[in-house]
Ligand binder design. Sequence first.
Ligand SMILES: O=C(O)CCC(=O)C(=O)O
Ligand SMILES: [Fe+2]
Length: 329
Amino acid sequence: MSQDSFQNPIQELPIEKSPPRTHNHERAIHTIHIPESIRQAGLATNELILEAIAFLHCDGIVVLENAIDTAHLDTLNAILSAIATDPFHYFNFGKETQNMDQAPPPTRELMFKDVWCNPFAAAILSGMLGPRPVLHYANGNTALRATGRQPVHSDCEFKHPMFPFAMVININLVDTSLENGATEVWVGSHHVSTVDEHEPGLLHIKKEVVEERRKHSPPIQACTKKGSLVIRDLRFWHAGMPNKTDEPRVMLAFVVQPAWFQGRSKVKLPLDVKDMVESWELEFNAEWVSEVDHKKISSADVDFGSKSEVLEKYREKLAHNPGYYVSSY
Ligand SMILES: O=C(O)CCC(=O)C(=O)O
Ligand SMILES: [Fe+2]
């Protein structure tokens, strides 16, 4: 065979254009309705666990409807919407968003199990993250009447690995809608979320990256019914939206990480509830203190990183898209 007749077999293959990216405009957030009898029994079936994990991997978000006793949410809302108007409070992403940290009160009477350690969320996260996953964060976002919105962001700006290492449970205490600031969510964005998509050192996703993704997979607002629980990947892009009503939209936020991830963040809890939470399915990485003022809990310096030495050793390699993941936003 002469040099001239040699042809690279790869070049000879017909070049097939990759199919155009599908438009996801109509795409809704996958919602699983929990039948009332199952909710009351508090026992997740394998079908429910599988459906939730499958959609968490696919979309980075899933909604469990009718997962919580709404009377518990009403009790918490009466307390948290009444103290939501402190003008000196810290606001997430600036004052014009009027989106303030507000943690649920961690007392024995008010730490409802279906809120702090929901049996369905615990079963799903144990399946996804491994046995006895760990609660590392308990706080919340209260959206007061506002005109401004948050920038599109993920809640982890650091060099994190590209697998589900932290999952957020969001519980709105009221129905959410376009009027009262249902969170904007970017379905599937956890697949393309690394430190490189962030503005340097910030939670914000780079504007050009956001605009590129908007062309084929624009965001939607996660409107949910009271009693729902939203699980999302920490890497997932989202944004707080303006509440155009006078009723505060209180949303609780818990973060659960795999036990083997060895997360650093701790929740502050009173010693009085130790025996209670230790009987629950999630582990609580708690700093036990005599009393907790939930109004003083801030998300400002939270660290969802790991204590692991091996993760530190390979941090650089694991933090960037190695090229065999999706190559465009
Ligand atoms: O309140 C919301 O809907 C989202 C808030 C949020 O994402 C944040 O403050 O990081
Ligand atoms: Fe956020």
